[in-house]
Design a protein around this ligand. Sequence first.
Ligand code: PGA
Length: 248
Amino acid sequence: MRKKIIAGNWKMNKNATEAVEFINELKAKDLNKEVDVVVCPTFVCLPQAVEAAKGSAVKVGAQNIHWADNGAFTGEISGEMLKNIGVEYVIIGHSERRQYFGETDETVNNRLKAALKYDLKPIVCVGELLEEREAGITNKVLDTQVRGALKDIAANDVANLVVAYEPVWAIGTGKTASSEDANDACKFIRETIKALYNEEVANKVRIQYGGSVKASNANELFNTTDIDGGLVGGASLKLDDFTNIVNY
Ligand code: PGA
């Protein structure tokens, strides 16, 4: 059985004071113990967020990572730096990074290697655009993204990975994929991993769904065969909504 994982992607929201307050309130809640709970604040909040979450069930993740250890990369943050302050997870290749900041399957792969090098737990995002879904090439897009992200990654690293299936048209739009479509896509990703590695790895890798997850649809989405939790944007910013999703 794969343990569910529900991660809040706060994007460019919440300052450090708000992040700490949220984590303090979240950890005081009666949270579902069957679920790994992660919050991903902005880089500037991470040291205080890690401190606030220490010793609790709430884990902290970053929203990006650079592939180099250090060097002349103005504005970037390395895996070594994230590890040093006690960050546990890192989101890689979110569609907003792909859309607005030139992220490619190749840079996703480089960032994934850096995360693994520093023993961070990666959440690798993939997902199709609306045009791609309408053109009937969702699986082709997912296949390319998954193969690109996992290039030269060892089987045991993939088994411990989290992949987030996030159809771009469902992110921040209020339009959630049906649980059937979302599960089909997650199942397809698992099949792809099985073809690349083996059944054992495919059965271990956790695959989240992301895209307008709410307390009202979490139960249906997470009670499917292949969806192992969610990557939650908007609804993760509100304490009660996020708590209800975790306790789906
Ligand atoms: P959303 O964002 O829940 O606001 O749609 C999800 C995400 O971008 O990870």
